[in-house]
Ligand binder design. Structure first.
Ligand code: SF4
Ligand code: SF4
Length: 267
């Protein structure tokens, strides 16, 4: 295999061609410097050759996110998942082909049962995106970006190639409006204004998912309600109050008809 030097611009262009809208670079030293995670979740502990993490994001198109809970969103979710894994795999293959060892870390793919038992992942794409300068950690534990707020999906490529890191976001893109907390039908978020981000009761959200598998498993009020993101302006979506009526209806409906849904699913 012939080793060919690749510039950062070349790698970014390759990632964009493969479908990534946002591309950021994080040297592994940032995990050590900021120590937000336990050591076993550092990328160079996951794969010892890692020198740089390339974070890739694909937007969840806002008008489709707004239709949640819907088959339209479910389809978008499945499509973005395939695209994420394919983009990361092909970018890693591109780096390897040019003599730079790389592996993709697939997008989050939890089984609900596993998530309930042990709600942690071997690698956090959200923190990778944060260290790669793509966004801030939001009150709702998502990566809040300038372009799409929290309405995107992430994947990562670990590489042995040393690439200059992108500047991290200064300050916080999340304005702590806590609309995500107010809209959550399972009251999964809580905390005080001075906290960096909320306490999240992951089990509450997971239990909802488990109860309403199929088209109803994708709730996402905490994504569509977030006021941050250029996508909201692009699609001229400024009325946030409507989501609260939806959230209330969903909470009332789900507590009232859960048994019927189970019967319906059993048919
Ligand atoms: S809705 Fe408000 S508090 Fe929640 S993530 Fe977005 S900006 Fe932060
Ligand atoms: S997906 Fe729905 S239930 Fe889960 S945290 Fe977000 S708003 Fe709450």
């Amino acid at each position: 295999m012939i080793r060919r030097e690749l510039s950062k611009a070349e790698i970014t262009a390759a990632a964009r061609k493969l479908g990534a809208e946002l591309v950021g670079y994080a040297p592994v030293s940032r995990w050590e410097e900021y120590q937000n995670l336990r050591e076993e979740f550092y990328p160079h502990h996951v794969w010892p050759l890692t020198k740089t993490v390339i974070s890739l994001a694909i937007p969840s198109l806002f008008p489709i996110v707004e239709t949640k809970i819907s088959h339209l969103y479910r389809s978008q979710y499945n499509n973005t998942n395939s695209l994420l894994d394919k983009s990361a795999y092909m970018l890693a293959a591109f780096l390897n082909r040019n003599g730079h060892a790389a592996i993709p870390i697939c997008r989050d793919g939890y089984g609900v049962g596993v998530l309930k038992e042990k709600p942690i992942a071997a690698f956090s794409h959200v923190w990778a995106g944060y260290y790669a300068g793509l966004g801030s950690i939001g009150w709702n534990h998502t990566l809040v970006t300038r372009q799409f707020g929290p309405r995107h999906r992430l994947v990562s490529v670990l590489t042995a190639l040393e690439i200059e890191g992108d500047p991290m976001i200064e300050g916080n893109l999340c304005n702590k409006c806590r609309l995500c907390e107010k809209g959550c039908p399972t009251q999964s978020f809580s905390g005080n204004k001075q906290d960096k981000y909320s306490n999240m009761e992951k089990a509450a959200c997971t239990n909802r998912r488990e109860r309403f598998k199929g088209p109803f498993e994708h709730c996402g009020f905490c994504l569509k309600v977030c006021p941050i993101g250029e996508d909201r302006k692009l699609y001229k979506s400024t009325d946030i109050s409507k989501y609260f009526n939806e959230a209330k209806s969903f909470a009332a409906w789900s507590s009232g008809v859960g048994a019927n849904i189970s019967e319906w699913r059993g048919r």
